[in-house]
Design a protein around this ligand. Sequence first.
Ligand code: ACO
Length: 420
Amino acid sequence: MMIDKVAKLTIDDKPSIDLPIHEATYGPELIDVAALGKHNFFTYDPGFISTASCKSAITYIDGDKGILLHRGYPIDQLAKKTDFLTTAYLLLKGELPNSTQQQDFKKTITSHVSPPAIIEQTLQGFAKGAHPMAMLISLLGALAGYYHPIKIRDAAERKQAIEQLIGYMPTLVAMTYQHYLGNKINTPREGLDYASQFMYLLFDDTRANNPTLNKAIDRILILHADHEQNASTSTVRLAGSTLANPYACIAAGTAALWGTAHGGANEAVIKMLTEIKDEKNIEEYIARAKDPNSNFRLMGFGHRVYKNYDPRATVMKQTCDEVLNELGTPDDPLFRIAMQLEKIALEDEYFIQRKLYPNVDFYSGIILRAIGIPTALFTSIFALARTVGWLAQWSEMLDDNDFKIGRPRQWYTGPTERDI
Ligand code: ACO
């Protein structure tokens, strides 16, 4: 790596420490602080506000401009011109597939639609009505037990684990859904594409044959496929850095995704919009969100990285329109409340000052709900999509020459040594 710039850190009257500066393709330059430990200093950055944990060539976000690129391609172009498995291929392999590669990849992934029998047995350990995310985490753990050990340094074994995980995910999520409702799952049907198979496993033929709804699901998957080093992806990388089984790493990512500050927001948005109930109550919720004495936040608003409109939210809003028109419910009351809430919030000084805009999940829940998917399943659908990004990032990490086990330092604030 060529280093032509150096930052000099001077502390008290000690000789200054040279810290190399790395240039990124896009985004800020990076001060390499790895050598600081040798000088008996650590850096402190709660929440990793200014710390890059890795190099990555997969996704780039410019949060101020509202730009999201996968391997250089803007997200709105990918959402409009590709399908989920084509975007998955791009994320995993770095380039869009030609038509033979695309067909082969789709054929391979969709051939892995039936997970081993251990999954059904694991599911039976859960009560009806258990949260689908809890079940999904366990099913992934069961697969880690079934497929163990995996030689992650062996290209063929790694590739197979990646393809199986992407192939199994729709079935796993559908199984948790049916178990949640107390139903039996359909047997997967031959010849369906990825999104249609998922819809078939959820709803039988009733909705699986509707191209608008299938396209909406496929688009939701594209828009959630990767988002660089967010909390769940960093969790997958951290778990993977110990050379853990990839199924276990994806289970770890799924757990990290569950919280309402991350993937759980789509579920929380619907709860909030349902609670608001009427446009006349919006002002009261905005006032609560602004009140410094209240913990309440507008769900689906704000983002650690985007300080502008989330480009995924724009595509999501259009898709929402399409789905509601297709279903003959363009006046869906939750959609009306959401649009009104967005309008009022975007004109409010509190939200303007803090650069709080709707994020991807402000509208995704309305689409999923209109399709007939219960809110408890929303975050699992996010996990299904993000599995692709997690695996692309995990595999990239394993191939990185700078790869090391993840092991952050701490600022110790406990007592000094004492006797009992
Ligand atoms: N509603 C009201 N105020 C908010 C919101 C919100 N949704 N989000 C942030 N703020 C305020 C904070 O209270 C804080 O105000 P202050 O400066 O007066 O104290 C300020 O904006 C900055 O907030 P932070 O918590 O420092 O921002 P951070 O970048 O750490 O948080 C997060 C980002 C977690 C996404 C936050 O905006 C949030 O909780 N949003 C709601 C949940 C949500 O939609 N999560 C989905 C994220 S996208 C995804 O995972 C797909």
